[in-house]
Design a protein around this ligand. Structure first.
Ligand SMILES: Cc1ncc(COP(=O)(O)O)c(C=O)c1O
Length: 286
């Protein structure tokens, strides 16, 4: 079945989904995006994703392309038309199309694109083997809290990871891990404390991150939102990454250091299960 995309008011075959060459997203990376998981045909954490989209738009002074209820209709329609059961919905808003000039255009209308992508869940062995992480300098700007489409440092970091046989790169600023190139970073210390960096301009406050923290609280787990160094990560008992795309994915190697016994740890696997149960219940009730 062919994929369908939504582009500025029209549902079109994915292959015909085009934006103008003078779209400011293309010219200046002047735009923001969101990615939400779809499980059982239902969007996971839809409102938190739309809250973050509103915040990103506000920070860049881009008008909302449509009111939230209408946007929800479009997102659901994209899920329906693509017969998406397990996958991702991607939405992107740019400042619109205007003659190329740096200042904000006076009369541009924000451009909206919504697309869908299927996702297959990794098998049990892949989950237990975990993934390898490399560490790289964080060369990004000072507003990493805004989910902009300006992702060049993230692209270069991810490519470096892949060329090093790793799945993800943890970016490091002042000796402290900020986050992955498309995921948040977590460790479990030798004392059994779950640690992820506090929300600030230095990281994207992941929706998955926020849900994991909420679930950790509900489960009575000992956690702390604070910075951690590469050294602390190397010495950690367990580590993992989180995102709408990767959920809770165990990390079993950081640079040349094997974490724990080189297999996913029990704390991480438990959290992955708790998170997956949450997604299934969200999917069932949404
Ligand atoms: C830089 C960065 N950090 C963290 C995340 C995780 O965010 P979320 O859990 O909302 O997917 C992403 C997701 O794309 C990201 O790009």
């Amino acid at each position: 079945m062919s994929r369908i995309a939504y582009v500025n008011g029209r549902y079109v075959p994915h292959n015909d989904a085009m934006v103008h060459v003078e779209d400011r997203g293309y010219q200046f990376a002047d735009g923001v995006y969101e990615v939400a998981a779809v499980i059982g045909g239902k969007l996971i954490d839809e409102d938190p994703h739309l809250d973050r989209l509103d915040r990103s738009l506000r920070e860049l002074r881009i008008a909302a392309p449509m009111a939230r209820p209408a946007l929800k209709v479009v997102m659901r329609e994209i899920v329906r038309r693509n017969r998406l059961k397990t996958g991702l919905v991607y939405l992107q808003v740019t400042r619109g199309v205007a003659r190329r000039d740096h200042p904000f255009p006076k009369n541009a209308t924000p451009a909206l694109v919504v697309t869908a992508k299927r996702l297959s869940m990794p098998g049990q062995k892949a989950v237990e083997d975990g993934v390898k992480i490399i560490t790289i300098p964080d060369i990004r700007w000072e507003r990493c809290d805004i989910k902009t489409v300006a992702l060049l440092p993230n692209v270069l970091g991810k490519q470096k990871a892949r060329e090093s046989g790793a799945f993800e790169a943890w970016q490091v600023r002042d000796g402290q891990v900020t986050e992955g190139t498309s995921t948040n970073a977590w460790i479990i210390t030798r004392d059994g404390e779950l640690v992820t960096r506090e929300a600030s301009n230095a990281i994207l406050n992941g929706i998955t991150r926020l849900t994991i923290l909420k679930l950790a609280k509900q489960e009575g787990l000992h956690f702390s939102e604070r910075s951690f160094s590469v050294e602390e990560a190397r010495l950690a008992r367990e580590a993992f990454i989180s995102s709408a795309t990767s959920f809770v994915t165990p990390v079993t190697q950081v640079d040349d250091q094997v974490i724990g016994n080189g297999k996913a740890g029990s704390f991480t696997l438990k959290l992955r299960e708790v998170y997956q149960n949450y997604m299934m219940s969200e999917g069932a009730t949404a």
